[in-house]
Write a protein that binds this ligand. Structure first.
Ligand SMILES: [Ca+2]
Length: 154
């Protein structure tokens, strides 16, 4: 009987610890999203020099076209070093393929053409990074809007 009571107590303790840890994580995630907000695709942003400002934790809402606006550039400077997750979203079709490239200064550190694939990248505080969205092949019958999402993992 003593054993049963002991394990029940342990169970109650573990449950309360894990649920309070979860509650803290939830609050932090909400805070980051609220602060970072939405970053729009503001033309001209067709070269690295014209890159639009972006911040980790924010969401990019952009669009490229098949003729005149074929590239969008964004830049961010992490406020802390660590790992980030960055995700690209758009309507991928057979003849509508976009890619997202991430550069640290001039070096490519990440590349994806797959919606929903999270790139895990190490970043350094105070260093300039760039994101370039471009089309590999573009269909005038498909949608051309896209989003980018990111967050710090640690
Ligand atoms: Ca552009």
């Amino acid at each position: 009987m003593k054993k049963v009571i002991f394990s029940l107590l342990t169970l109650a303790l573990v449950t309360s610890i894990s649920s309070s840890a979860l509650a803290t994580e939830k609050n932090e995630a909400t805070e980051v999203n609220t602060l970072a907000g939405i970053f729009y695709d503001r033309e001209p942003n067709d070269t690295k020099e014209q890159a639009n400002p972006y911040m980790i934790g924010g969401q990019i809402n952009g669009e490229i076209t098949w003729d005149k606006d074929i590239e969008d550039w964004y830049t961010f400077t992490p406020t802390k070093s660590g790992k980030i997750s960055i995700m690209f979203a758009y309507s991928k079709e057979k003849k509508n393929i976009f890619d997202m490239k991430v550069y640290k200064k001039a070096t490519t550190i990440g590349l994806t053409e797959n919606p929903g694939e999270a790139l895990l990248l190490d970043v350094e505080a105070g260093t300039k990074y760039y994101i370039r969205i471009a089309s590999v092949i573009i269909s005038d019958e498909a949608r051309h809007d896209y989003n980018v999402y990111s967050e710090y993992i640690n």
